[in-house]
Write a protein that binds this ligand. Structure first.
Ligand SMILES: NC(=O)C1=CN([C@@H]2O[C@H](COP(=O)(O)OP(=O)(O)OC[C@H]3O[C@@H](n4cnc5c(N)ncnc54)[C@H](OP(=O)(O)O)[C@@H]3O)[C@@H](O)[C@H]2O)C=CC1
Ligand SMILES: Nc1c(N[C@@H]2O[C@H](COP(=O)(O)O)[C@@H](O)[C@H]2O)[nH]c(=O)[nH]c1=O
Ligand SMILES: [Zn+2]
Length: 350
């Protein structure tokens, strides 16, 4: 690893602090180096706040060092007025002579214009350092910008013999989840929920489990709940209608909702496959990432449409023998870790 790559790695590390708070903005990291020393660091503030470059510049105590410093940043500095003024202008104003960038920003308002602005101001610009790592780090934002849909994470828990749930006879009478995984894995799931903008489940999951779908066992925000309810079968007592997180109910265009207080409704044409329509709807609502938590039919529908990016699958040692079969897995295994007696496998769709 060379020195530029080393500083870009530090930028990525810093940028992770923005996970779950910057969306739909990307979580960028920036470092300022002068004479071989880091003199400033920053990452994107919560949505609407200053960008990483500005936070890095503002963290420098001796601003007289800036005209001899190099700025390292994971993503091309912006060149447009959004909620904040363009970072490219701030860099130029502070007379920073060199900028090293991980990747170009595909956002149509930027897309090379930030780099052009810097170059035209006489700044030495390098692009493409630690490109693969920066692409991986910005996967939610890049997927949203280039595929016009959110980054899609499929998540489920299955028994040792590949079932999502046992037969009804083995379940409680009251609707509640049949827990396969242990408490630590469940807390990890709450952390994951706090990192994504939305969570999506099918109708039967709400009927059988009465889930909350919140991040209540972790600090941070609960995601927006997106619930499939084609025929509007769900009842007001269900936990997904509580005001602890926003909820969007997706129903068929032919059914008119009575409208529960504070609930957002979206009509889709279920005569056509709803999954691509869901992706378009989420894109329109500026949802850059979603975790799909079941059930089997909903997960399989995303897999069959090849509309998924990552799968996080827990497998426990419990054996059901019969029940609801887990989705058929695809993709490449990128990691396998143990959470006590649960094996967590992470796959990527390549
Ligand atoms: N172990 C685990 O990780 C998890 C287990 N579960 C378990 O899974 C079970 C529920 O799974 P499952 O029965 O498969 O149901 P789902 O929760 O996937 O809901 C399926 C229903 O949602 C609607 N729907 C979903 N996808 C589509 C589509 N592509 N097109 C049209 N409609 C769609 C349909 O509603 P409609 O019929 O009204 O048209 C369909 O019947 C429960 O027993 C639950 O406990 C659930 C989540 C996670
Ligand atoms: N059974 C099962 C899971 N089930 C998922 O969790 C949902 C319940 O969420 P909540 O009500 O917020 O706790 C449930 O409806 C289903 O989507 N998840 C897991 O990590 N492990 C498990 O064994
Ligand atoms: Zn910016």
């Amino acid at each position: 690893m060379n020195i530029d790559e080393f500083y870009l790695l530090r930028c990525i590390q810093l940028a992770k602090n923005g996970l779950g708070t910057t969306a739909p903005n990307p979580m960028v990291g920036a470092v300022l180096v002068q004479n071989g020393k880091i003199i400033g660091e920053g990452y994107t503030s919560a949505y609407g706040g200053p960008h990483a470059e500005v936070n890095a510049i503002e963290s420098v105590s001796k601003t007289s060092l800036l005209p001899s410093a190099t700025l390292y940043v994971t993503l091309e500095p912006c060149s447009h007025f959004g909620k904040t003024p363009p970072c490219a202008d701030v860099i130029i104003k502070h007379k920073i002579p060199k900028v090293v960038i991980g990747i170009q920003d595909p956002h149509d308002k930027v897309a090379g214009k930030g780099i052009k602005k810097l170059t035209e101001a006489g700044i030495e610009v390098h692009v493409g350092v630690l490109k693969k790592n920066c692409e991986e780090h910005h996967q939610r934002f890049l997927t949203y910008q280039t595929k016009n849909r959110p980054y899609i994470i499929l998540k489920w828990a299955e028994s040792a013999d590949g079932y999502l749930a046992p037969d009804t006879s083995k379940r409680h009478l009251r609707p509640e989840p049949y827990w396969i995984t242990n408490a630590y894995s469940r807390q990890l799931v709450h952390q994951w929920r706090s990192q994504e903008q939305a969570i999506l489940v099918g109708t039967n999951t709400v009927i059988k489990d009465n889930p909350s779908l919140t991040a209540r066992d972790w600090k941070g925000k609960s995601p927006i709940r997106i619930i499939l309810d084609r025929q509007l079968r769900l009842k007001p007592h269900q936990r997904i209608f509580k005001p602890d997180a926003p909820t969007i109910v997706v129903h068929d265009i032919q059914n008119t909702p009575l409208g529960f207080n504070g609930i957002d409704y979206e009509a889709l044409d279920f005569n056509n496959d709803p999954i691509p329509q869901l992706c378009t709807m989420m894109h329109r609502r500026q949802i850059t990432s979603v975790i799909v938590e079941g059930g089997a039919k909903t997960l399989q529908s995303f897999i069959d449409n090849n509309l998924w990016d990552e799968a996080r699958i827990f497998k426990n040692d419990v054996v059901f023998k019969t029940g609801l079969k887990a989705p058929v897995r695809l993709g490449k295994v990128i990691s396998k870790v143990q959470v006590l007696n649960d094996t967590l496998t992470i796959l990527k769709n390549d």
